[in-house]
Design a protein around this ligand. Structure first.
Ligand SMILES: Nc1nc2c(c(=O)[nH]1)N[C@H]1C(S)=C(S)[C@@H](COP(=O)(O)OP(=O)(O)OC[C@H]3O[C@@H](n4cnc5c(=O)[nH]c(N)nc54)[C@H](O)[C@@H]3O)O[C@H]1N2
Ligand SMILES: Nc1nc2c(c(=O)[nH]1)N[C@H]1C(S)=C(S)[C@@H](COP(=O)(O)OP(=O)(O)OC[C@H]3O[C@@H](n4cnc5c(=O)[nH]c(N)nc54)[C@H](O)[C@@H]3O)O[C@H]1N2
Ligand code: SF4
Ligand SMILES: [Mo]
Length: 747
């Protein structure tokens, strides 16, 4: 174990490159709201259109970068042929050019050094930085085995480091998109149907007659194709039912808004199941043919009446019955949306199971207007030797917990990085690529302990996000607009291939992740796994296998291929589900065998004490998590978050519109910064709401620093789902401080 790793502000460097950078781009004045994209007046000559797909979020819309003859990116537009976006990007995708032109970008590799007893970074050449990383990885492998290197990743760049680690001999690879995001949903659906809905979700919103959103706030959650389809569905007269303690944008467009008491959704879901089963409203033919465990389920929900649920959810029994009938009337063209960020209260797999069961009772899986079967293009992997077999993997980091975790659990990997007596599977080094763990993971103390204990912490990022301050080595990646990446092959209604290629040369000394991984690989003697000069060679080879070419893809950006499989189950056909028995599991023997409830059971969650309000959080259409908080184009659209407070509560506290308050949680943790009050009837009195991704405390993020508050800091209590390890984050309660609290503001 090395000396305690201190947080370093990247600004403490003499960044010689900055001046050059500032001359090369000119943007913006985020604060005054004025934006000038690119240079003053376009350079003469025709613009080039370069194929790309967006990386501002993981919907990955295909588009075009419009580039001046001298290589300046003027704008980004959607690709008309892409069914994921239909030629229209969301505000974040359009503003994506701000990621490329951000003057605060990481510019050179950095290495942590100690000068005069103080830890700081020094600028390094790529050779120095890569040699350092490879050297340390070799040491770790020699001392502890290659398995003790782990990767945390999110987004396109993670793939190359996954390949690197697999070639090195480690399968310890984790992403917050499982245990902090969609893990409970995927697990609940897999336990029920044998598979989940994937990303982009296979929800047939385009053709649905009834869409039920349980806290899923489509419209603010801006997943493009989904938003477009929902908007069309509303125009067609589809019934939208939204269950949310807040009048979300989706709720405001819905026929029914059900302002549920937070943390009680499972009671509502069970009552709906009760109505469908006990009033004979379920899809009998479908259930008889494809499902098992119906009689037990019916018996199980006998007492879960709408009257019972009323006392828990505060939703009137007539409304529960009425909405259940709306679903039954529309069946099977009905979707109880599985949601995506589902780590809420710690019993999230069971809530997702209840959602899956409702879909099964209505016959929506495999039906038009329900959930379709997705299909993608299968492209072979570029030839490389087989990976060595590790002696242990992330499964061992679970310590026998979370038996249904189908993917590795970030929290367990972090815990396994903290030395403890008796720990046999210890992690000693991390590569972190494309994830700002400091803002994404609620277990702050554990995270810090782990980061202090490591022998090596490498961060690959485009921006000086909080996580970079903990690294031994910071490797600056170029943005998605400056690089090739793997082909986008995400399965959906139509099989498609989308190309991302460099629209211009990388700024500063930045490099693509594929290059960084290859360089480290070669230094580790793993060159055979990176047997290409440039990623374009790999893409050219792969495209050839499916009858296309790079030249063709450069012209069209996106290629559609014909479907080979069915989109829906043909009427009356036999369809084997991907479960062990081939049937939908209304009752889960798998869960029972592991000691969990075979069918969802409602158990109450803690409620706020007097003077405290439940902290709930979500998305805003113009930002993606914390990654866009410094993007000046998007900061101009939404500079900070505000706290939504019900008028009754505002009156009680004497809060005024736009007044700044600090938030204090149930454990006495106070927000680093203050936040504006937004007084609105659109939120229940027992809850407050903020958009995640704000309240950055790393000063080099000059536009994001100190704007709004960070929900993650206030999430000190988590409820871990015992089934798959997800960190339920909505069991925290805050109160208001009207005066600035006396405390040191860390930066
Ligand atoms: N409190 C709280 N916590 C949450 C959530 C919440 O709502 N509230 N949401 C949860 C959810 S749903 C998720 S999916 C996770 C997401 O958590 P993260 O994956 O951490 O999400 P981002 O904020 O997008 O962080 C991405 C990081 O990638 C960097 N980056 C951007 N582009 C590139 C690139 O091209 N290359 C590289 N190498 N890096 C890049 C950004 O600068 C940033 O540091 O957070 C989870 N955690
Ligand atoms: N613009 C934009 N869009 C995004 C993202 C982004 O960063 N920016 N991130 C993407 C990602 S990775 C994810 S995972 C998704 C997340 O988006 P979703 O999966 O749609 O939603 P959540 O974040 O789970 O939930 C937010 C909603 O839940 C409500 N809510 C809070 N507590 C409760 C409760 O107890 N019961 C009910 N019924 N509702 C409750 C909140 O009021 C809010 O409206 O968004 C995706 N889309
Ligand atoms: S939904 Fe918006 S941010 Fe996400 S990939 Fe599409 S254009 Fe980009
Ligand atoms: Mo997510």
């Amino acid at each position: 174990m090395q000396t305690r790793r201190k947080f370093i502000k990247i600004s403490s460097l003499g960044l010689g490159m900055t001046a050059v950078a500032a001359g090369a781009t000119n943007l913006v004045s985020g604060q005054s709201g004025k934006i000038a994209l690119g240079k003053e007046g376009p350079t003469k000559g025709p613009m080039r259109k370069v194929a790309t797909y967006c990386e501002v979020c993981f919907w990955k819309c295909a588009g075009w970068a419009h580039v001046t003859p001298d290589g300046d990116i003027q704008k980004i537009t959607g690709n008309q042929d892409d069914p994921q976006c239909n030629g229209r990007l969301c505000p974040r995708g359009t503003g994506g050019v701000g990621m490329y032109s951000d003057p605060d970008r990481l510019k050179t590799p950095l290495i942590r050094v100690t000068r005069n007893g103080e830890q700081t970074y020094r600028e390094a050449t790529w050779d120095e930085a890569l040699d350092y990383v490879a050297g340390k990885m070799k040491d770790i492998a020699a001392k502890h085995g290659p398995e003790s290197m782990a990767l945390f990743n999110h987004g396109s760049s993670g793939r190359y480091f996954t390949h690197l680690l697999n070639a090195f001999g480690s399968e310890n690879i984790a992403a917050p998109s499982f245990a902090q995001c969609r893990g409970p949903r995927d697990t609940g659906f897999e336990l029920t149907f044998g598979e989940s809905v994937g990303s982009p979700e296979a929800t047939d919103i385009r053709d649905t007659r009834c869409l039920v959103l349980i806290g899923s706030h489509i419209g603010e959650n801006m997943h493009n194709g989904q938003v477009q389809e929902m908007s069309d569905a509303i125009d067609r007269g589809a019934v939208i039912i939204t269950v949310d303690p807040r009048l979300s944008t989706a709720a405001s467009k819905s026929k029914y808004w059900m302002p549920i008491k937070p943390a009680t959704d499972l009671a509502l879901l069970l009552a709906w199941i009760h109505v469908l089963t006990h009033e004979g409203l379920y899809n009998k033919e479908y259930v008889e043919k494809y499902a098992e465990g119906f009689a037990e389920l019916k018996e199980h929900v006998k007492e879960y009446t709408p009257e019972w649920a009323y006392g828990i959810t505060t939703l009137k029994p007539e409304m529960i019955r009425h909405t259940a009938r709306e679903m039954a009337n529309a069946a099977p063209s009905v979707i109880i949306h599985p949601g995506r960020h589902t780590t809420w209260y710690g019993d999230d797999v069971q809530r997702s199971r209840a959602i899956a069961i409702l879909n099964a009772l209505l016959g929506s899986w495999g039906s038009r207007g329900g959930i379709f079967f997705k299909e993608g293009v299968k492209v072979p992997a570029f030839p490389a030797p087989a990976y060595p077999k590790p002696t242990w993997s992330w499964h061992e980091t679970l310590d026998g917990k979370y038996p249904m975790a189908r993917e590795s659990v970030t929290n367990s990997m972090i815990e396994a990085s903290i030395p403890a007596t008796g720990r046999t599977h210890q992690i000693h080094g991390w590569i972190v690529s494309g994830t700002n763990l400091v803002m994404a993971i609620p277990l702050k103390e554990q995270l810090h302990k782990a980061m202090e204990s490591l022998d090596l912490l490498v961060v690959v990022d485009t921006m000086p996000m909080e996580i970079t301050g903990y690294a031994d080595v910071v490797l600056p990646e170029c943005t998605y607009l400056e690089r090739y990446d793997d082909l986008r092959l995400s399965p959906h209604r139509e099989p498609t291939i989308a190309l991302r290629m460099p629209a211009t040369t990388p700024k500063y000394q930045t490099q693509p992740a594929w290059w960084i991984a290859k360089q480290i690989g070669e230094r580790l003697g793993l060159g055979a796994y990176f047997n290409f000069k440039d990623l374009s060679e790999v893409l050219e080879w792969q495209l050839k296998q499916v009858g296309s070419s790079l030249a063709e893809m450069e012209k069209i950006g996106l290629k559609k291929l014909p479907r080979k499989s069915l989109l829906y189950i043909p009427p009356g056909a036999d369809y084997p589900f991907k479960t062990a028995t081939g049937k939908i599991h209304l009752k889960s023997a798998e869960l029972a065998e592991s000691g969990f409830d075979a069918m969802p059971v409602f158990r109450p969650h803690p409620q706020p004490e007097t003077g405290f309000y439940r902290l709930i959080y979500g998305r805003a259409p113009m930002h993606t998590f914390s990654r866009t908080a410094n993007n000046r184009n998007l900061v101009a659209l939404m500079p900070e978050n505000a706290i939504w407070v019900n008028p009754q509560v505002a009156e009680l506290w004497g809060l005024k519109k736009d007044q700044h308050v600090w938030l204090k949680n149930q454990d006495g943790v106070i927000s680093n910064f203050s936040v504006k009050v937004r007084i609105t009837e659109r939120i229940r009195w027992d809850s407050v709401y903020i958009v995640h991704g704000f309240g950055h405390r790393h000063k080099p993020l000059s536009y994001a620093y100190g704007r709004g508050v960070n929900d993650t800091e206030l999430i000190t209590r988590i409820s871990i789902d015992p089934i798959m390890g997800g960190t339920g984050m909505r069991g925290n309660f805050v109160t208001f401080l009207k005066e600035e609290p006396k405390k040191e503001v860390k930066s």
